[in-house]
Design a protein around this ligand. Sequence first.
Ligand SMILES: Nc1ncnc2c1ncn2[C@@H]1O[C@H](COP(=O)(O)OP(=O)(O)OP(=O)(O)O)[C@@H](O)[C@H]1O
Ligand SMILES: [Mg+2]
Length: 257
Amino acid sequence: MLEIKNLSKTFYPATPEEQKVFDNFSLTIEENVCTTILGPNGCGKSTLFNMISGSIINDEGSIQLGGLDLSKLPEEKRAKYIGKVNQDPSMGVSPSLNILENMSIALKKGKDFSLKSLLRNSNVDLIVKKLKELDLGLEDKLSTQVKFLSGGQRQSLSLLMATINHPDLLLLDEHTAALDPKTSKIVMDKTRDLISKEKITTLMITHNLRNAVEYSKRIIMLNKGKVVLDVLAKDISEEELNELYTKNILCDLRKAS
Ligand SMILES: Nc1ncnc2c1ncn2[C@@H]1O[C@H](COP(=O)(O)OP(=O)(O)OP(=O)(O)O)[C@@H](O)[C@H]1O
Ligand SMILES: [Mg+2]
């Protein structure tokens, strides 16, 4: 279980650019299922993920994962427990390394290794087995540099790399946003298969309301760093969500003007 308690974050404090993104924010996330985080641009979704993964340090509050206080660990230590896939298909992979090298690095994540020992001990059979499960033919391209893969192939590879060590938490930050609708569906289906087969606690940010309803168990909407909706996906439709979403943002714009 992920337990976020009394989290606060202000960027550029005590300057004219000061921006309070979270103020006393709390949230509990259930294990082994996918929870979607929705919300307008700039409402704090990625900041929340970055505070969980440790690339942004929260000012106050605690982030506990299965009882472990993440806020006390540096980013590289948290990486042992957290898998992350971002919107940019080149981010979760090393583009100039080949598929085998990328997968070998993913397998060793959180452990000390040298490049030599990495390649010597790389578990090719396991890597081939995992790639075959993706069903994209990547197992036949082990020595292909990842920069030559398509966006969808790279995101699928990133997803596999992020989950191969069975993380305690998987963070998906708009991981299908850069993909065409067909490829996006393929990657979302792979995501669902991996989460349900491996039972991985997942938080997914998306602006795709259909994916939110179809692929997650719970839907949370944020606005200005606060939870404005928290429902089970089975209890809401894409249309209702769209309506709420628009109202929420409109209401916000009205307040601002
Ligand atoms: N590292 C940072 N330094 C300064 N400000 C930041 C930083 N990261 C985020 N912000 C600010 O915090 C606010 C929330 O940004 P965030 O990226 O979390 O939004 P988001 O909900 O992920 O939006 P989007 O849907 O556009 O991805 C924004 O105003 C942004 O400018
Ligand atoms: Mg974002």
